[in-house]
Design a protein around this ligand. Structure first.
Ligand code: ADP
Ligand code: MG
Length: 342
């Protein structure tokens, strides 16, 4: 075969392979877009585990009619424009790929009204030739993205979708994880018309406390060891479970770097090491940690789904986290403030 440039749809479908693994990854990308748009209210409606429909409505800044087609194009973003921006990213998105990828493997409608516009417009893309159709619509300020029939044109991917229930559980997990990072935003989630989750926004400690109870249960909070420390441009906040409340799985490890949901090996390792003698090898720490650092000290452009980061001074970060948590655990347990769970 001669060398040829891929047609846009195929190029986007290949990119979609990296970002759009399942309905939950669509929800993650759309939710992050709503947060980047400054939304204070986000409503997520799912039909049949996301196989049939994923709909996310926000009250963010919206997109102007002139920019709608661009928003759905690959490598089109309003979030970075220079290398300097890329080196210190504070938005969730920056790759300009999500909407192009998602629309190449689904039937997508992006309806939006910006603050400056008096009418709303809908952009439709059906994964055909990446052509976008613009239609007048009715919508308050903000955006609604509807993603229907995910993977309808990529049967190999569609076959990998699990049951409605499993896919919905993954979606719910994404919503919980992001919900724990943004108490300032109210988020509701429905499945097949039934309300499943309602995170109300509010005063950050109260709102976070309520969300923690929902995700970890009341007992966790009562027994957890609270952590709070700062060193130069690094800050750690969070909760560590009592060793006896730890679990045999990694499912209850919630880690955020600069507000972004992470599965970071370095941080996980530092936490495990902090628990070391306190925990039998078959149990895994249960924790919720927010780690903040100067965005210039971390590279988030490592993985298309941005689940991983690279710290410029990884040794320093690792040792700092280890020390803070080790001390917190030992003090917390020695002072007997925390009664062991029965
Ligand atoms: P990225 O988030 O990396 O910029 P996306 O493909 O996810 O790339 O989105 C492309 C652009 O579309 C964004 O940069 C933003 O300008 C616009 N956009 C997407 N979703 C929303 C939304 N919910 N509200 C306002 N603008 C949005
Ligand atoms: Mg995005």
């Amino acid at each position: 075969m001669p060398i040829q440039i891929l047609p846009p749809r195929l190029a986007n479908q290949i990119a979609a392979g990296e970002v759009v693994e399942r309905p939950a990854s669509v929800v993650k990308e759309l939710l992050e877009n709503s947060l980047d748009a400054g939304a204070s209210r986000i409503q997520i409606d799912i039909l049949r585990g996301g196989h049939q429909l994923i709909r996310i409505r926000d009250n963010g800044c919206g997109v102007e009619k002139e920019e709608l087609t661009l928003a759905l194009s690959r490598h089109a973003t309003s979030k970075v424009s220079t290398l300097d921006d890329l080196e210190a990213i504070t938005s969730m998105g920056f790759r300009g790929e999500a909407l192009a990828s998602i629309s190449s493997v689904s039937r997508l409608i992006f309806t939006s009204r910006s603050a400056e516009q008096s009418e709303a417009w809908a952009a439709k893309a059906e994964g055909r030739d990446m052509a976008v159709e613009l239609l007048p619509a009715s919508h308050p300020q903000g955006t609604t993205v509807e993603v229907a029939d995910l993977f309808f044109n990529t049967p190999a991917r569609r076959r990998f979708l699990r049951t409605e229930k499993t896919e919905f559980n993954h979606i719910d997990e994404v919503v919980k994880r992001i919900g724990l990072a943004r108490q300032d935003v109210s988020i509701t989630l429905t499945h097949n018309g039934k309300p499943v989750r309602q995170f109300r926004s509010g005063d950050s400690d109260v709102a976070l406390g309520k969300r923690l109870q929902v995700v970890f249960g009341q007992k966790f909070l009562a027994q957890a060891i609270q952590v709070k420390a700062q060193h130069h441009d690094m800050q750690i906040r969070g909760w560590l479970a009592h060793p006896q409340a730890c679990k045999p799985s990694h499912d209850y490890q919630y880690c955020y770097v600069n507000g972004r949901v992470m599965r970071d090996k370095l941080i996980n390792h530092a936490v495990r090491q902090a628990y070391d003698e306190l925990l039998p090898a078959e149990l895994q720490p249960v924790f919720l940690l927010y780690f903040d650092i100067d965005p210039r000290q971390v590279d988030v452009n490592v993985h298309p789904a941005k689940h991983e980061v690279r710290f410029h001074q990884s040794r320093l970060v690792h040792d700092y986290i280890y020390q803070v948590l080790h001390q917190a655990l030992n003090e917390g347990l020695n002072w007997g403030e925390i009664a062991a769970p029965e």
